[in-house]
Design a protein around this ligand. Structure first.
Ligand code: KG4
Ligand code: ZN
Length: 340
C-alpha cells in the first residue's frame, strides 16, 4: 500500500497547531503533534479575540512547523503533502495558516490540500481506530454540536445538530453563573461528581422528531433555578450548587443520548464515534457508550488531545484526500464559513 507523510497546519480558533502524520495501510502514525495554545493572550478578555488570535497564529505558525518537523526527525524533503485548515473559523487565523501552507508548497513544489476543520474532527476515528465507513460522528465542543454520517473522506451527511448554543458553551455559562472557574465543563463535572440530580430542568426538543438539539433554554432554566434557590436560601448552599451541576449535566446527557439513539437508527453504521471537548465528560461518555451498546455498535472516543483542536487530524484528513488524488493549488481560498 501507498505510504504518505503529511504535514498538517491548524489555526482556525485559538490553537496554533502543526503535526506530521504517516499514513500506511489505512492507518495513521502520529510522528509529531505540536499545539501552541493562546489562553494566556485571551484570558483577560473573557473569550477569544479574533485580531489577537490572528496575530499570534501569524507569529507562531512557522515555529510550530519547525518544531513538528524536528520532532518527527524530518525536513520538508521527507514530506509528501502540506495540509492546512482552510475553514470554517476565525478568518484572520485561517488566513495565517493558509498563507504559511501556500508558501511551503510554492517553495517545495509539494501538493497543497485545503482541509475543512470539521472534516478533520470527523475523520479522527479513522486515524486512531481505523474505522470504516459509514460511521456516526457526534461532534460536541464549545463551538460545535452536530451529528454526521461519515460516508467517505469527502462525503458527509449532517443528520442534525444544535439550533442555538453548543453544549460546551452552556457548560461554560452555567459554571460562570454558579461562581465556578473556566473552562466550565470540567468544573461543573467535578462539582456534580457523585451527586444525585434532583432539580427539575427541561429536556429541550425531545418532543420534536429528528436529531436537532437546543441548549440555550436549558441554560436559562438553570439560571432561573439558581435565582429561585438564592431567593429561598438567601444564598447558594454548596450542596444545592452541586445538585444544580448534577441536574444540568443529567439534562445534557439525556438530550445527547436520546438524539444519538435516533441518529444511530438512521443508517447502518459501523460505529458511533464522539469528538470535541465535551466528549471528555465521563458521565456523558458513559451515557453515550450505553446508547452504542444498545444499538450493537462499537463506541469510539479518541484520546482527548485528538478530540480537541489539533493539526494531526488536519494532516490525516489531508492525507486521505491526497491518497485519492484530490488536491488544491495556490488559488486555495480561506473560508470563514464552510458547511460540510
Ligand atoms: O473542543 P474544545 O476543546 O474547543 C472548542 O470548542 O473548539 O471544547 C471546549 C469546550 C469548553 O466549552 C469546555 O467547557 C468543554 O469543552 N469541556 C467540557 C469538559 N471538558 C471540556 N464540558 C463538559 N465536561 C467536561 N469534562
Ligand atoms: Zn474544532
Amino acid at each position: 500500500a501507498q505510504e504518505l507523510t503529511i504535514l498538517g497546519l491548524e489555526s482556525s480558533c485559538d490553537d496554533t497547531g502543526a503535526a506530521v502524520v504517516r499514513m500506511a495501510g489505512g492507518r495513521g502514525d502520529i510522528l509529531s503533534n505540536v499545539v501552541l495554545g493562546q489562553d494566556h493572550l485571551h484570558a483577560a478578555f473573557g473569550g477569544v479575540v479574533p485580531e489577537i488570535a490572528a496575530r499570534a497564529h501569524a507569529e507562531k505558525m512557522d515555529l510550530a512547523v519547525e518544531a513538528a518537523l524536528a520532532q518527527a526527525g524530518l525536513t520538508l524533503k521527507g514530506i509528501d503533502g502540506i495540509a492546512v485548515t482552510a475553514g470554517p473559523g476565525l478568518i484572520g487565523g485561517v488566513l495565517a495558516g493558509v498563507m504559511c501552507a501556500k508558501g511551503l508548497s510554492a517553495a517545495t513544489g509539494k501538493p497543497l490540500i485545503g482541509v475543512n476543520h470539521l472534516a478533520g474532527h470527523a475523520l479522527t476515528p479513522r486515524l486512531t481506530d481505523g474505522l470504516s465507513f459509514p460511521y456516526l460522528m457526534l461532534l460536541v465542543s464549545g463551538g460545535h454540536c452536530l451529528f454526521l454520517q461519515v460516508d467517505g473522506p469527502n462525503d458527509f451527511i449532517r443528520l442534525g445538530g444544535t439550533i442555538d448554543d453548543a453544549p460546551g458553551e452552556a457548560f461554560d455559562k452555567v459554571a460562570r453563573l454558579l461562581g465556578l472557574p473556566q473552562p466550565g465543563g470540567p468544573a461543573v463535572e467535578a462539582c456534580a461528581k457523585g451527586i444525585t440530580p434532583t432539580i427539575r430542568l427541561p429536556r429541550p426538543l425531545l418532543d420534536r422528531p429528528g436529531c436537532d438539539m437546543s441548549f440555550s433554554g436549558l441554560k436559562t432554566a438553570a439560571l432561573r433555578a439558581r435565582d429561585a434557590i438564592v431567593a429561598q436560601h438567601g444564598g447558594l448552599p454548596l450542596a444545592v450548587r452541586a445538585d444544580l451541576c448534577s441536574s444540568f449535566q443529567a439534562a445534557v446527557g439525556d438530550v445527547l443520548a436520546e438524539k444519538s439513539r435516533r441518529a444511530l437508527a438512521m443508517a447502518d453504521f459501523t460505529a458511533f464515534a464522539v469528538a470535541g471537548g465535551v466528549a471528555a465528560n465521563a458521565a456523558l461518555r458513559s451515557a453515550l457508550a450505553n446508547v452504542a451498546k444498545d444499538a450493537g455498535v462499537p463506541f469510539v472516543a479518541p484520546p482527548l488531545a485528538l478530540c480537541t483542536d489539533n493539526a494531526a487530524m488536519i494532516a490525516w484528513a489531508g492525507g486521505e484526500r491526497l491518497a485519492a488524488g484530490d488536491i488544491d493549488d495556490l488559488t486555495l481560498a480561506a473560508r470563514p464559513r464552510w458547511p460540510l
